[in-house]
Design a binder for this molecule. Structure first.
Ligand SMILES: C[S@@+](CC[C@H](N)C(=O)[O-])C[C@H]1O[C@@H](n2cnc3c(N)ncnc32)[C@H](O)[C@@H]1O
Length: 407
């Protein structure tokens, strides 16, 4: 099966119904199919808590996910992707919306831009692999009026690609807003984009086990090339390999907003001053020191998700007790701490011993995590999550090789 087929993502039933609807539109040139679709097939749409609709994915790697959080699909766009941005509304703004889906994140960006009454220009490049998913964006009720602008851009591209036939969206795209829709694998699109272009990148794939290829180190290196110095990447996940990949790609990272999840997402920028909040201390320690911080790799930006997951598992295995502390029982977070639970302590110390760290309170342990003494939730250009993580990585290496100095 081709990558496009396996990633075509929405639930197979709705996928087939949407395709038939647009095939029928082509043969009959009748507007009714599109107009009635939502009411006829309402059961396939998932109502979220803020009244906006989502859809379910198909089963990928044994999992089904909804495209948006049940807490509120359009609210999620504003909370996770728009609020953390620090746009300068007096200048032109460029946004890269990766995994555009129903177009909610782009619509939220348009709404925010219009609300600020900016005289400048907004350019949005939307990237989505699945025409049927974009077509679903035409079929759902617009959760905000600016979604009609996005719908017009989606319809234009679906007509250009001979997927849709009729021009039914009446909304005009304002003159100072340009929306380009790329219908392809985002890994291919990103390689064609110009250096130093975007003020914001919205990264909104399915979770890492379904789509690790959209969280890889090499993909993020492309982000680093196309983002402006003050640009911000926003993504909903707090996962260690993803944060580690941002760091290895040259980004500073910070904690993103919490919405519909237990933990905040992740923000990344080439400029540390664009990111206010450090990651939680234990997240930094685990990313720096344990094998959970091994990123997903996709050297030529063309591997399958299964292959990428498998390779990472192998790499974690060979890194454990070698270049990284075992992530079992969250071993590294106990460095510097007394432990009461004797059984857990024995397991932790067995893992540490393999890295030449005699105990959780040994000089070696304190040496590795020394920078965490200056931990501050508010980060600046020196004292920040990236610098602390890189410092701890370096010290672990020295301790493992016996090449360090306590003085
Ligand atoms: C969580 S949904 C995104 C929801 C979306 N941001 C919105 O506002 O509705 C993930 C999307 O990623 C798309 N996708 C999956 N693999 C992709 C790829 N390689 N390139 C681009 N898009 C992809 C899926 O088709 C799906 O629409």
């Amino acid at each position: 099966m081709s990558y496009e087929d396996s990633a075509r993502i929405i639930n197979d039933d709705i996928f087939d119904l949407v395709n038939s609807c647009f095939d029928e539109e082509k043969s009959s040139r009748n507007i009714e199919g599109r107009l009635n679709f939502f009411n006829t097939y309402n059961d396939y749409f998932v109502l979220t808590d803020d009244g906006s609709y989502s859809i379910n994915s198909k089963e990928i790697n044994h999992k089904i996910e909804t495209l948006h959080t049940s807490t509120g699909a359009i609210s999620e766009s504003f909370e996770k992707f728009i609020k953390p941005m620090k746009f300068d509304y007096d200048s032109d703004i460029a946004v890269l919306d990766i995994c555009a889906g129903l177009g909610y994140n782009s619509s939220a960006a348009i709404s925010d831009f219009i609300e600020h009454g900016s005289d400048s220009n907004l350019k949005i490049d939307m990237v989505e692999i699945s025409p049927a998913t974009l077509a679903c964006g035409l079929l759902v009720p617009s959760p905000i009026k600016e979604h009609d602008i996005t719908k017009k851009a989606i319809e234009n591209e679906l007509i250009a690609q001979d997927y849709a036939t009729l021009s039914m969206e009446k909304c005009q795209i304002p003159e100072n807003i340009e929306i380009n829709v790329y219908i392809e694998d985002a890994r291919q699109t990103v390689q064609k984009l110009n250096d130093n272009t975007y003020d914001a990148i919205f990264l909104d794939p399915f979770s890492q086990n379904m789509a690790p290829e959209l969280f890889s180190l090499e993909f993020f290196k492309e982000f680093k090339r196309v983002i402006k110095e003050d640009g911000i990447v926003a993504t909903y996940t707090s996962s260690a390999p993803i944060r580690a990949a941002f760091i290895e790609a040259g980004f500073y990272i910070g904690q993103g907003p919490i919405f519909g999840r237990k933990q905040g997402g992740t923000l990344a920028s080439p400029n540390p001053l664009m990111l206010d909040t450090s990651l939680p201390k234990n997240d930094e320690i685990r990313i720096a020191l344990s094998d959970v911080g091994i990123p997903f790799r996709d050297p030529n930006l063309n591997n399958s998700s299964e292959y990428i997951l498998e390779k990472r598992t192998e790499e974690r295995h060979s890194a454990r007790h070698n270049t990284k502390i075992s992530s079992a029982v969250k071993t590294p977070i106990f460095l510097g701490n007394e432990m009461d639970d004797e059984k857990l302590k024995r397991r932790v110390e067995r893992n540490l011993a393999k890295m030449n760290i005699p105990s959780t309170t040994s000089p070696e342990a304190f040496y590795i995590i020394e920078c965490e003494e200056n931990y501050s939730k508010k980060q600046d250009s020196e004292n920040n999550s990236r610098n602390r993580i890189l410092d701890m990585e370096k010290r672990l290496k020295k301790v493992k090789s016996g090449n360090y100095d306590f003085t």
